[in-house]
Design a binder for this molecule. Structure first.
Ligand code: SF4
Length: 324
């Protein structure tokens, strides 16, 4: 019953308040066009993406056209969106789609997720918007709205599949409705007073206390002795050393080795390097595990690691999603 009124209330709200003019909301849209929009929308504001998106599709109307492009031809249509790694991934993926899939994006989540830069959310978005498949595109927006309405807080862990089955609306429309609702009403600071769902919303009924309580619990439950340190070893923040030779990966220390003296000792014993270690600059949970991010610089010794530019590292950090 509650699901039914949630779904109905959201769709009614959407009919009157849909964000108009978003070019990727056209009724007929190809998987390629959905993919382009999703790549551009990662970490970039909607209003900025709209301009780039239209120009991009004029120049590269199909995946075949994109696959033919060189980096130099591609760059002017991407420059300004930042995160060049994403751009490189786009070109690689386009070539792969043409080479291995005959120009058609795959129709299964598993195959889609083998493509460079395509995670679970983007795969579901392609399936839902591009192929009208019955998938909810779970991202932070959906997590927030469902979490608050049904459980009273946006960080609640719940079984997404359960909702996939119970939401009866066309998923393509419903995904768009929740995204708009999350951006216009159920925002970071939600506009509950004017929300049509408030009567049944657990967040509203609890006066936001459940979310606050969980925030505090997560903060208090952060036990430094069970955390892992992700060490970002850099040379004046310009080049970053990687623990993996092929792709950028920070150095991940054993559980509990998180204090400065632990990190210094670890690098000295293992690699013969003397480090200057900064205080942690971020902490949180990744799949429920406590993590701290630490920057460190080499003072003495010769590193033998692969090096990556700053942009690559920032891209990687942007893709990490913290639980809280
Ligand atoms: S009442 Fe508030 S928290 Fe609940 S769905 Fe509406 S805006 Fe979000």
């Amino acid at each position: 019953m509650k699901i039914y009124s949630f779904e109905k209330g959201l769709l009614e709200w959407f009919k009157k308040n849909e964000r108009k003019g978003l070019p990727w909301r056209r009724k007929r849209i190809s998987a390629y066009e959905v993919w382009v929009s999703e790549v551009m929308l990662q970490q970039t504001q909607v209003s900025r993406v709209v301009i780039y998106y239209e120009n991009f599709l004029k120049r590269f109307p199909s995946v075949e056209e994109l696959a033919k492009a060189s980096w130099e031809e591609f760059l002017p249509f991407y420059q300004g969106l930042g995160y060049y790694r994403r751009g490189k991934n786009m070109l690689e993926t386009a070539k792969k789609i043409v080479r291995e899939y005959g120009g058609q994006f795959p129709k299964t989540k598993k195959e889609l997720m083998t493509l460079q830069g395509v995670g679970a959310y983007t795969a579901n978005a392609i399936l839902s918007f591009g192929y009208s498949k019955d998938s909810l595109a779970w991202d932070t927006n959906l997590q927030k709205v469902f979490g608050r309405f049904f459980f009273g807080n946006k960080s609640e862990k719940f079984d997404e599949k359960n909702f996939d089955e119970k939401i009866k609306a066309e998923k393509k429309i419903f995904n768009g409705a929740v995204m708009d609702f999350a951006n216009l009403v159920c925002k970071k600071e939600p506009l509950c007073d004017s929300c049509p769902l408030k009567k049944q919303c657990k967040f509203f009924i609890s006066n936001g206390k459940l979310e606050l309580k969980q925030k505090k619990e997560l903060k208090n439950s952060f036990r430094i002795e069970t955390a892992r340190a992700y060490v970002f070893l850099h040379a004046e923040h310009k080049m970053y050393y990687s623990s993996n030779t092929k792709k950028y990966k920070p150095f991940i220390l054993p559980i509990g080795k998180v204090r400065r003296e632990h990190i210094k000792e670890y690098f000295l014993n293992k690699y013969g390097l003397t480090l200057s270690v900064r205080p942690p600059h971020k902490r949180g949970y990744i799949v429920g595990r406590p993590i701290i991010f630490v920057n460190a610089q080499i003072l003495l010794g010769v590193p033998v690691f692969s090096v990556f530019d700053r942009q690559r590292v920032h891209d990687m950090m942007a893709l990490i999603s913290f639980d809280s």
